[in-house]
Design a protein around this ligand. Structure first.
Ligand SMILES: *Cc1c(COP(=O)(O)O)cnc(C)c1O
Length: 367
């Protein structure tokens, strides 16, 4: 049942399909091969209905079960960690470093060492390339190899970002993308999972399509999910993929514009990593505002912009201080909390030059 092609006699399709369209996986499979071509060697991509379901499937494929511990970056969107709870496993949060705002390798080592001493070796590490900025993957992968703990890259917002010549999402054992409406490329709700091996992709597909065993009747021995991408979404994804490089160029221009705007302002810092290995996709231009240096806070900036009808947003509130996760362990310093207290994301979508100038003029008034 997984593939009904047009070669099958019409009488079969008339069994259950009540529209003129028969269900056909062609769109989904061609979107998947386009993504695989884009990502490069040894990337097996499964198109799914969201980034969150991709994280969930990755945890299932990693064998995460009830009471297992899973390490997760604290400075991220809640959907990075929700699937740990779906598996009744236990999140252990790790703090950020100041350069990329992502998982700090030293704190990761501290967390792993502590949990191993307590006979709770973590089952997996979820690292996030937040706002499209790659995490320090060289250090993180070295720790993963040293302790033999697999890495799941939450590249939900980082499609097209590159770390040291490799596409984000293809460095760890699994990679996750989101094609939600607000992400750099969208299928109006969608996502996907990158596996390093073909057989793992086949397992992901099995779980994503209700875990039907290979029998002529309905046979189920595992819990299945309805996580497959729709063919309509895949067709949109195909078009979006063709625009990716253009979108990254546009977003980079927006980021450069902000960076020049704030260059001379003491105490306003954009998210920026200094090494050549970090190539963000500039999904969301974000900055921190140090009131003691520049004289205004992120909230003042936010309210000021909203007076001019310009949207902005606070950065992630770290997960270890969220009510739902507050009993979880946290290995970190205050950096993640400072980012939340002082940070703000500026308009980074499809904005025209004159709109950027309008944003600039209104910010100048505050400065
Ligand atoms: C958007 C996002 C997700 C969730 O993706 P969905 O497709 O909305 O389920 C997970 N993690 C991060 C970091 C995200 O930005």
């Amino acid at each position: 049942m997984s593939k009904v092609s047009t070669k099958i006699p019409l009488i079969n399709n008339s069994l259950e399909f009540s529209t003129q369209f028969s269900f056909d996986n062609t769109n989904i499979e061609s979107f998947e091969s386009s993504v695989e071509n884009y990502l490069g060697d040894h990337s097996f991509f499964t198109a799914l209905n969201s980034g969150t379901s991709a994280i969930h499937l990755a945890l299932i494929l990693l064998g995460v079960k009830a009471n297992d511990e899973v390490i997760c970056q604290s400075f991220t969107f809640a959907a990075s960690a929700y699937p740990i709870l779906y598996q009744k496993a236990i999140p252990v949060f790790v703090g950020s470093e100041l350069e990329t705002w992502n998982m700090c390798p030293e704190l990761l080592r501290e967390a792993i060492t502590h949990r191993i001493q307590h006979h709770k070796k973590p089952k997996a590490i979820i690292v996030v390339h937040t706002y499209g900025m790659p995490a320090k993957m060289k250090e993180i992968m070295a720790i993963s190899q040293e302790f033999e703990i697999p890495v799941l890259e939450d590249a939900a917002g980082a499609f097209g970002a590159i770390y040291d010549g490799k596409k984000c999402g293809t460095i760890g054992d699994f990679g996750v993308f989101s094609f939600n409406n607000n992400k750099i490329i969208t299928t109006y709700g969608g996502g996907g999972l990158v596996c390093r091996k073909k057989y793992k992709k086949n397992r992901a597909l099995f779980y994503a399509t209700q875990a039907k065993e290979k029998e002529s009747y309905y046979e189920h021995s595992k819990i299945g999910y309805n996580y497959r991408m729709s063919p309509v979404a895949a067709a949109i994804g195909q078009q979006e993929l063709n625009n990716l490089e253009k979108k990254i160029r546009e977003k980079k221009k927006i980021n450069t514009y902000y960076s020049e705007l704030f260059d001379a302002v003491d105490g306003v810092e954009l998210q920026k990593a200094s090494g050549n290995e970090f190539q963000s996709n500039f999904w969301l231009s974000s900055l921190v505002v140090h009131q003691d240096k520049c004289g205004f806070s992120n909230t003042v900036l936010k309210n000021h912009l909203s007076k001019y009808n310009i949207a902005s947003r606070y950065l992630w509130k770290p997960l270890h201080v969220q009510t739902i996760f507050k009993k979880c362990l946290y290995f970190g310093n205050k950096i993640a909390e400072e980012l939340f207290k002082k940070g703000i994301s500026l308009p980074s979508g499809a904005i025209q030059k004159n709109e950027l100038e309008r944003i600039s003029t209104s910010i100048q008034k505050l400065l």
